[in-house]
Design a protein around this ligand. Structure first.
Ligand SMILES: Nc1ncnc2c1ncn2[C@@H]1O[C@H](COP(=O)(O)OP(=O)(O)OP(=O)(O)O)[C@@H](O)[C@H]1O
Ligand SMILES: [Mg+2]
Length: 474
C-alpha cells in the first residue's frame, strides 16, 4: 500500500467527506495489518494533515463567502462569489450560467471572470446535449476535463475561444432544484484535482442557497409592493365613497328635520315615529361616514395642527353634549379635574374626537344606573385623562384586538350594541400622531378604564416650541 493511493481523487474525495475521523480510521486499519507499517504510518499522517488543511481551507472560503456576500442583490452576490473564488484559487475563468425559464437557456450571469466583453453574454440552449454545462445542469453530476481543447465532452470551439485547458463544471442546485451551473477553468492542463471539484461543489451549493434567498426576497418585495398598491386603492375608494355619501346624507337629514318640525305640513304620530327612526338611521350612517373619512385622513399622514390650549373646557363641552343622553339612560357622568392644569400642546379638533370616542364608549357599554367618570391629572410634562365606566368590560383576548379597525368584541356584538369598530382605531392613530399614548384596562362585567396622555406646554418651555424625544410611561 502506497500513500500515492491517497492522491487518487476518489480516495481523496472520500477522505474529505469522512474528514479527520475517516482518515484516522484508515490509518488504524492499515497500520494494524501491515508489518512494515512505519513508512505507511508517516505517509498516512501526512495525508491526514493535508486533508485537515484542505477542510480548513474550504471552511475559511465558505465563511468568507457567507460573510462577504449578501444574497439580497443576486447579481452582486454572484459577482462577489466569483471574485472570492478567483482570489483564493489560481483560475482563469469563473462564470455562473443560470437557467432562463422563458428561453430555456443557460445564461452567463454578470460579473463572470476571464470572459471578454462579447463572451459575457454567452448563452446555451438546454437542447445542446453535447455541452458539458447542459449535461451537468440536467444530471447534477460534476464534469471535469483535464484538457478541454481535446475532450469530446466539451464544445471545443468555446474552450478554444476562452483558451481554457482544465475545466470544472458543477451544478448550482439545492434539494433537487437546479438553478444552473458554475464553470471554473484554467489555462494550465490537468490543473484540477478531486479536491477542487469538492470545493467548487460546496461553493456552488452555497450559491444555490443565496439564489433561492434572493428569489424569495424578490418575491417578498413584489408582494409588498402589490399589497401597498391595493391598500392605496382601498384608501382612495373609501375616501371617495365617503365624500360622495356626505352630501346626500346631509340633504336627507335636513328634509327629515323639516318634516318632523311640521314645516311641510301636519304629521301624524305614526309618521313621526317612522321619521324619527329614519333620522336615527341617517345619523348613524353620517357618523360612520365621518369615521371612515377620519381614519382615511389620519392614515394618509394628516398633519396635526398643534397649539397650546386648556383641556378642561374641551372635556367639559363633550360631557355637556352627553348629559341629556346620560340622564335618559339613567347614567351618571362625573368630571374630576384639578384646579390648576397646565395647557396641553396638541390639535384640539382631534383631541375632541378622542374624548368624544372614549365618552361615547363609556356610556354605550355601561349599564342603566351605571356611572361614568372622567378624571384629569397633571403629570408635569404631560396630562393624563382617564375615562372610567362600570359597564360590560372587555376580555383579555378582546383587549389585544381593540385598536384594530372594525374590531368589535363578542360581548358588544351579542348585546347588539351598535358601532362600527372605528372609534378606538381613530383615537389610537390621533395619539400616535401626537407622540402620546392611549391604552385600556378592563375586566369582563366589571368595567373599563381608558387612559390617554398628551404633552403639556411644560414640556416645551412654553407654547410653540418643538418637542424632542418620545413620551415616557405616564
Ligand atoms: N368602555 C368600553 N367597555 C366595553 N367595551 C368597550 C369599551 N370601549 C370599547 N369597547 C369594545 O371595543 C370595541 C371597539 O371600540 P370602538 O370604539 O373602536 O368601536 P365601536 O364603539 O364599536 O364603534 P364606533 O366607535 O366606531 O362607533 C367595541 O365594539 C367594544 O367591543
Ligand atoms: Mg366607539
Amino acid at each position: 500500500m502506497n500513500a500515492e493511493i491517497l492522491k487518487d481523487s476518489a480516495w481523496l474525495g472520500a477522505g474529505l467527506i469522512l474528514g479527520t475521523g475517516g482518515t484516522f480510521f484508515l490509518r488504524e486499519l492499515f497500520v494494524k495489518n501491515d508489518p512494515d507499517s512505519q513508512d505507511l504510518k508517516e505517509e498516512l499522517t501526512e495525508a491526514q494533515t493535508r486533508l485537515d488543511a484542505k477542510s480548513r481551507e474550504i471552511k475559511t472560503l465558505q465563511d468568507t463567502m457567507r460573510s462577504a456576500v449578501s444574497p439580497m442583490d443576486l447579481a452582486a452576490a454572484l459577482a462577489g462569489i466569483v471574485s472570492i473564488v478567483t482570489r483564493y484559487m489560481e483560475v482563469d475563468l469563473v462564470a455562473f450560467l443560470l437557467l432562463d425559464e422563458a428561453s430555456q437557456e443557460l445564461v452567463t450571469q454578470p460579473g463572470a471572470y476571464g470572459l471578454e466583453k462579447e463572451e459575457q453574454i454567452y448563452k446555451i440552449s438546454l437542447l445542446e446535449e453535447n455541452a458539458s454545462s447542459v449535461r451537468t445542469f440536467k444530471t447534477g453530476k460534476p464534469f471535469v476535463a483535464g484538457d478541454a481543447q481535446d475532450d469530446p465532452g466539451v464544445i471545443t470551439h468555446y474552450a478554444k475561444l476562452w483558451e481554457i485547458r482544465s475545466l470544472i463544471v458543477v451544478s448550482v442546485s439545492k434539494q433537487g432544484h437546479s438553478w444552473g451551473v458554475m464553470r471554473v477553468g484554467s489555462r494550465k492542463p490537468y490543473a484540477f484535482t478531486q479536491e477542487h471539484v469538492e470545493l467548487m461543489s460546496a461553493i456552488a451549493e452555497d450559491a444555490a442557497i443565496m439564489i433561492e434567498m434572493s428569489v424569495l426576497n424578490q418575491q417578498l418585495v413584489q408582494d409588498r409592493e402589490q399589497l401597498r398598491a391595493l391598500s392605496r386603492m382601498k384608501d382612495e375608494f373609501v375616501s371617495t365613497v365617503s365624500h360622495e355619501f356626505k352630501t346626500p346624507l346631509t340633504t336627507l337629514a335636513g328634509f327629515l328635520g323639516l318634516m318632523l318640525e311640521g314645516e311641510i305640513g301636519p304629521v301624524s304620530e305614526d309618521q313621526k315615529r317612522f321619521m324619527l327612526m329614519a333620522r336615527n338611521a341617517v345619523e348613524r350612517l353620517s357618523n360612520m361616514v365621518s369615521d371612515l373619512l377620519d381614519i382615511s385622513r389620519l392614515e394618509s399622514g394628516m398633519k396635526m395642527e398643534m397649539k397650546a390650549f386648556s383641556l378642561i373646557p374641551l372635556i367639559s363641552s363633550v360631557v355637556e353634549s352627553h348629559k341629556l343622553e346620560a340622564v335618559s339612560a339613567k347614567k351618571e357622568i362625573q368630571l374630576n379635574s384639578p384646579k390648576d392644569l397646565p395647557e396641553v400642546f396638541a390639535d384640539p379638533k382631534w383631541i375632541a374626537v378622542v374624548v368624544e370616542n372614549l365618552m361615547s364608549n363609556a356610556l354605550k357599554f355601561s349599564k342603566s344606573g351605571g356611572r361614568v367618570a372622567i378624571s384629569i391629572f397633571d403629570k408635569g410634562d404631560c396630562v393624563e385623562t382617564i375615562v372610567e365606566d362600570d359597564g360590560i368590560g372587555i376580555s383579555e383576548e378582546g383587549l389585544s384586538h381593540i385598536f384594530e379597525k372594525f374590531y368589535r368584541a363578542p360581548n358588544a356584538r351579542e348585546l347588539n350594541i351598535l358601532g362600527t369598530g372605528l372609534g378606538l382605531a381613530i383615537s389610537k392613530k390621533v395619539l400616535d400622531l401626537h407622540g402620546g399614548r392611549l391604552w385600556l384596562e378592563s375586566s369582563l362585567e366589571k368595567g373599563t378604564k381608558a387612559h390617554f396622555v398628551i404633552y403639556s406646554v411644560n414640556r416645551y418651555g412654553g407654547p410653540g416650541q418643538q418637542r424632542t424625544g418620545k413620551m415616557q410611561e405616564a
